[in-house]
Design a protein around this ligand. Structure first.
Ligand code: OGA
Ligand code: NI
Length: 380
């Protein structure tokens, strides 16, 4: 989950001939993001965005899993309201959550025009004149809506090739006035459908864990929603940078909508597998916290986005995590999943503690899982 910066992360790319902080500040002050660099005719990736070689391993799609025939599972949810077919959907979700932690769902109930509407609105936002969108540019986390490029710009080792919009959906009625006109219908409409889908997935995943369908709902682990949308402009030198660095999400669950321009990859069986866009599909990503409460039954998984010459890529992510009143309460491996053969693999922790560690260690944003920090038993 690339939504908040890590204050402790040190800046490593500064040196006597290169003032990284100055370049970052100048870039930030344009309020025009990476899209602004492209619009100004920039034909080279600025140094601020150039990643160290260890981040750029296996970038070519030729070495990604497409060559090995690995394919992210696609699960048809059509049958999930039918008591006979529901079992099959639950089994498919269970297998995909145990093996990949990452799968596409179709016939999930969100109308295509609602999905297209939100993707198009995001694209239009970024493609309007710089002065207009610049008014929304902010790093103030208290804002319900903001536009920025690289939440960790001032302390990451290298910036990534994308611009971002963030919508916060706390409890209660969302504040329509807080977002640009473009989003007042589209994003709120999408959010309504996402809320329903979340309810279905919460029940189906509870059943997949062998629990009552209301279990995950009752423990209120997915009551907060953050919609984050990334716009990845075309990139003149994609071999030097990344759209999103490899990471796993700190959430319980992430729901991801993407347009037809690919670039997303997931790590499976030690290789990067291209996630080909499937029209009408929503991607479901198991987050670190779901792995923790499921006691390693479900797997959170590393993923990343390549910078590409083709584009722009637009993604709309819905991050799901505990609501305000539950954020600081402890969660641990679900008791019903434990017995003498299945001891708890993790200690209890709150989402606030977990996410704080994810950010402060810098690990979450550096491609290293932070789950091991909370582990108390070694995997079998
Ligand atoms: C994220 C993420 C992927 C994408 O923001 O956590 O994985 O397609 N984004 O933008
Ligand atoms: Ni992610």
């Amino acid at each position: 989950m690339q939504i908040l910066p890590s204050p402790e992360e040190s800046i490593t790319c500064s040196g006597p001939h290169y003032d990284r902080a100055k370049e970052a500040k100048e870039f930030d002050e344009t309020k025009a993001g990476v899209k602004g660099l492209i619009d100004s005719g920039m034909a080279k990736v600025p140094r601020l965005f150039i990643h160290p070689p260890q981040n750029l391993r296996d970038l070519s799609s030729d070495t990604a899993g497409s060559a090995t025939g690995l394919k992210v599972p696609i699960i048809d949810m059509m049958g999930c309201q039918d008591s006979r077919l529901r079992r099959d959907v639950v089994d498919d979700l269970c297998r995909a959550s145990e093996t990949w932690g990452f799968f596409q769902i179709i016939n999930h109930g969100i109308p295509v025009d609602v999905m297209d509407g939100v993707l198009e609105a995001v694209k239009q936002f970024h493609e309007q004149p710089e002065g207009v969108k610049g008014e929304w540019y902010s790093r103030d986390d208290a804002r319900k809506f903001r536009y920025y490029s690289n939440g960790d710009l001032f302390w990451s080792k290298a910036a990534t090739w994308k611009d971002t919009l963030l919508f916060d959906f706390p409890f209660g009625e969302p504040d329509r006035e807080a977002v640009p006109l473009l989003f007042r219908e589209t994003v709120f409409e999408y959010e309504k459908h996402v809320e329903k889908l979340k309810g279905s997935l919460s029940e189906l995943l509870s059943e997949a864990l062998g629990l009552d369908s209301g279990y995950l709902g009752d423990i209120e682990c997915m009551d907060s929603k953050r919609i984050v949308s990334h716009y990845y402009p075309t990139c003149p030198e994609p071999e030097l940078t990344l759209g999103t660095i490899n990471h796993s999400d700190a959430t319980y669950l992430t729901l991801l909508l993407q347009n037809h321009n690919g670039g997303l990859q997931v790590r499976h069986q030690n290789q990067w597998v291209d996630v080909s866009p499937v029209p009408g599909a929503i991607l479901v990503i198991i987050g670190d916290f779901m792995q923790l409460v499921s006691n390693d039954k479900f797997k959170s998984v590393e993923h990343r986005v390549l910078a590409r010459r083709a584009g722009p890529r637009v993604s709309v992510l819905c991050f799901l995590f505990p609501g305000e009143t539950r954020k600081s309460k402890p969660y641990g491996p679900i008791k019903e999943l434990l017995d003498e053969n299945n001891p708890p693999m993790y200690r209890e922790t709150s989402f606030t503690e977990y996410f704080g560690y994810y950010l402060s260690s810098g690990n979450g944003l550096n491609g290293e899982s932070v789950l091991p920090h909370f582990r108390v038993s070694e995997p079998k």
